[in-house]
Design a protein around this ligand. Structure first.
Ligand code: SF4
Length: 138
């Protein structure tokens, strides 16, 4: 099986704070499969580290008020293209990210409050009928 994975789950230091979300559970799950790693935010040209962002009234905005919607959408489109070209069978996504979040995201108030919804990349994957799973559901 070809599995695309949020890069931070594989230990890549591509998170907003320069760290990662390395998951033993994910590493175990992907064993023996072909793995394609993507970080849509970095692919969209955003730096590491970067100011955290949330989706505020439909627009991806950093905590200090900058509109980064274009970067998020460009990166998500690029990652989506890779998923299409490789015809991946499944995408494993990091939870609650404004890009990769599948079940829940933060509500745009930067207060840690969660709401049901998807990040930019997760939403594109669903719209393009990819099989997707939140890493917490593995
Ligand atoms: S955009 Fe996705 S892959 Fe990149 S750091 Fe955020 S959750 Fe991880």
């Amino acid at each position: 099986m070809k599995i695309m994975v949020s890069a931070c789950l594989l230990g890549e230091n591509c998170k907003y704070n320069g760290g990662n979300n390395l998951s033993k559970k994910v590493l175990e799950f992907i064993k023996g499969h072909e793995v394609i790693s993507v970080c849509p935010e970095v692919m969209g040209g955003l730096p590491i580290p970067r100011i955290p962002a949330e989706i505020v009234n439909g627009v991806v905005t950093t905590k200090d008020g900058h509109n980064v919607d274009k970067e998020f959408r460009i990166g998500a489109e690029m990652a989506l293209q890779i998923a299409k070209e490789n015809q991946v069978d499944l995408v494993v996504l990091q939870s609650r990210s404004p890009s990769c979040g599948l079940k829940q995201i933060y509500d745009g108030s930067f207060s840690g409050k969660r709401i049901d919804g998807q990040g930019i990349f997760a939403k594109m994957l669903i719209e393009n009928r990819f099989q997707v799973v939140d890493m917490e559901e593995l």
